[in-house]
Design a protein around this ligand. Sequence first.
Ligand SMILES: [Zn+2]
Ligand SMILES: [Zn+2]
Length: 380
Amino acid sequence: MHCKKCKDHGSLTIRKEHVYCVNCFMINVNHKFRACIGKNKILSSNEKVLVCLTGGQSSTVLLDLIYNGLLQDSHKKLRIIPFFLHLTGFGEKETDHKVAELVINQCKSYEFNVYIVNISKFYFQKSNTLPNINNLSETNTEEDLKTNLKNILNKVTPTSSNDIEMKIKHDTFRRVAKECQCNFIFTAETTTTLAVNLLSNLAIGRGSQVEYDIGFSDNRDEIKILRPIKDITEEELHHYIQIKNLPHISVDKIQENSLQSVIKKFVWDLQENFPATVSTVCKTADKIGAIEKSDKRCQFCKSSLASNNEKLTAMEATNFSRTVSNFHPGQNLNETRPIESTNEYDSSMFPFINKYFCYCCSRNYLELGNQNSNLFKDEK
Ligand SMILES: [Zn+2]
Ligand SMILES: [Zn+2]
């Protein structure tokens, strides 16, 4: 077995066919990371970037790749000024603490500082005060419990819960980035995660947002989310972690019994038996874009809202058939449901759709119930 690059003895087999020696493998992974940033030409020199860490495999590798990049000299140097963030407030307090401590230690080993931010404080309570660096601040006030993300998400189906959590996280990333004066955010999705996200997006009604959710750059907002390790697979991550013996934890935020968890299982099986398929899925997604974009944005996920179109959409067809089936003889069809709600409570099947929310966020809003949904309305 010879390394396909240097013809030396190879010890790693990627995708069941490509043999590498450890050295060439590491060079290749570093190259994928740098090439992804380089070819997209989005970052100018010494750009401030907020790097979001979870302590999981992909986040751990991203951190190491950034450190390596900053160490390089002259023209090979990665020219960014990184700020690091880790969000807490997702699970049990104890687990939360354990993970946060690991992330602090990971950062310390590279002499980086990290902000540990509680998602309830920043998202629901609209705090914009950054905590002290490397500090696990206590959060257990009445207000924290009331706005505990887990308690709120318990009320919805696992599929919606996964979706809402992801959107809340992204919004919090942007809020923190703003406080750090970063115009860019790095997140650590791999090819494999993005394939799962792509198929999930299609399944839950976020098909028109694939471009933002799966591509290199999510430019829904002025603060852009970039995915610099999107060309690296879970298999490569796994080898990277083993070779460098990097401490990490296994974090899986996808809730069981959801569309996303079923799709994840499907993609992982696919990767096992047909390894090339997963990257093909993502490459196809890279080419998908919305036909028309309006300036009106969804208040929750910031995607552009559909403008009025002459063609009947599936959503409108569903709404129409619902109206018709609720229709009693002798009743004026327009009485069943006002077309445009005049007050701020919309009880239709797709509340505030295309007014405040996109299709999927409107469904989430409905599922959360009126009381909790208020938490999601932007006060801007
Ligand atoms: Zn080699
Ligand atoms: Zn939305």
